[in-house]
Write a protein that binds this ligand. Structure first.
Ligand SMILES: *Cc1c(COP(=O)(O)O)cnc(C)c1O
Length: 354
């Protein structure tokens, strides 16, 4: 740290992303990427001609992508915002809708970035404990009078709230924004975005990173009332108007045009998730009922960190967290069936050696 750094950032605890090793070819089950490539249309659209156009700025209004998304979701283009990954939207949402007089609230076990954003913008926050089974009690969030941020499905548990429970939260906090982070919604949960037409305080955030196999392209979007979308644009045009690059915009458009391809891949991933969960349970693991492209599991008698380390030695990366209550758990991304079978075989060896 230099002595020039603004005082307000000196104590910042940054977000720690999952490992992205650039050397050994690991079986990567640690950051919830898709094991499948983007749709064929996406691969075809990134031609030499388009790459040459990188000399030009991208469309700051992202018109073509927004129009396609509006059609896909049946909303107005003015109800959509497109961003450089959904993390950017979450950051903007804390910046726009939290403040000195507006505290934030989110579950104590959830996406680790929320408290980093809150701290970055000097927003005080409450971490509301999830229940013993890691589920969220929606009643904890009703009449809260705070900026509420919920991942649904939640990470790293994979557990969900129903749309009617979310509606109750949104309805009972009319003076505050409720952000629903639906990064994993395409893997079998129900999106609450249809509620944006009735509740001007609901912001739904989604991403191309997981279900659309485009984590490296950095593309996210938000659905909300025109007023909320205006607010996000205000921040975007005060920081980085060209926040989505040309190639990503093109890839995103081709991706929206390939919706059936992604639905099919998501279905496949949910099938592999069922299979993997069943096998893990058969091996004595406790596995939470996940609606995401990962599962959260523990063996009560074996340390989670030990399983993580042993798998890493064998070329398989999973995600281990050290936070209280979940330190015995590991989060395992659903890969291909072949990858899951390799994982299961290695786990059998590790357990038998114990
Ligand atoms: C992966 C993830 C994101 C970030 O997605 P990007 O669009 O890649 O920035 C946001 N929220 C949750 C809960 C995630 O797991």
């Amino acid at each position: 740290m230099s002595r020039f750094l603004n005082k307000k950032y000196r104590g910042l605890e940054v977000y720690t992303p999952g490992e992205q090793p650039q050397d050994v070819p690991y079986i990567k089950l640690n950051t919830n990427e898709s094991p499948f490539p983007p749709a064929p249309k996406v691969l075809d659209i990134l031609s030499r001609r388009e790459i040459e156009k990188l000399r030009l700025y991208s469309d700051p209004a992202c018109t073509s992508l927004i129009n396609r998304l509006a059609e896909l979701y049946g909303v107005l283009p003015q109800q959509l915002y497109v961003s450089n990954g959904s993390d950017e939207i979450l950051n903007f949402a804390f910046m726009a809708f939290g403040g000195k007089d507006v505290e934030a609230a989110f579950p104590d076990i959830s996406y680790g970035f929320y408290k980093v954003f809150a701290a970055l913008h000097g927003i005080r926050y409450t971490e509301i404990p999830v229940k013993a089974d890691f589920s969220i009690d929606y009643r904890d969030y009703c009449h809260l009078h705070k900026l509420i941020v919920l991942a649904n499905p939640n990470a790293p548990t994979g557990l969900t709230l129903s749309v009617s429970e979310i509606e109750e939260i949104v309805k009972t906090n009319p003076a505050h924004v409720v952000v629903v982070d639906e990064a994993y919604v395409d893997f079998g949960a129900e999106s609450c975005y249809p509620l944006i037409n009735r509740y001007p305080n609901l912001l739904v955030v989604q991403t191309f990173s997981k279900s659309r196999s485009m984590a490296g392209a950095r593309l996210g979007f938000a659905l909300g009332s025109e007023e909320l979308i205006d607010d996000l644009n205000k921040i975007k045009y005060s920081t980085n108007p060209y926040n989505v690059n040309r190639l990503t915009l093109l890839a995103g458009e081709a991706s929206v045009d390939s919706d059936e391809y992604y639905r099919d891949r998501c279905r496949k991933i949910t099938e592999i998730r069922s299979y993997t969960s069943k096998e893990l349970k058969g091996m004595g693991f406790t596995v939470l009922p996940s609606k995401a492209n990962f599962i959260f599991a523990e063996r009560k008698d074996i340390k989670g960190s030990y399983i993580y380390e042993e798998l890493k030695k064998r070329g398989i990366l999973i995600r281990h967290f050290t936070a209280p209550r979940i330190e015995n758990y590991n989060r395992i991304t659903i890969g291909t069936l072949e990858e899951m079978n390799i994982l299961l075989n290695q786990l059998r060896i590790i357990i038998n050696r114990k």
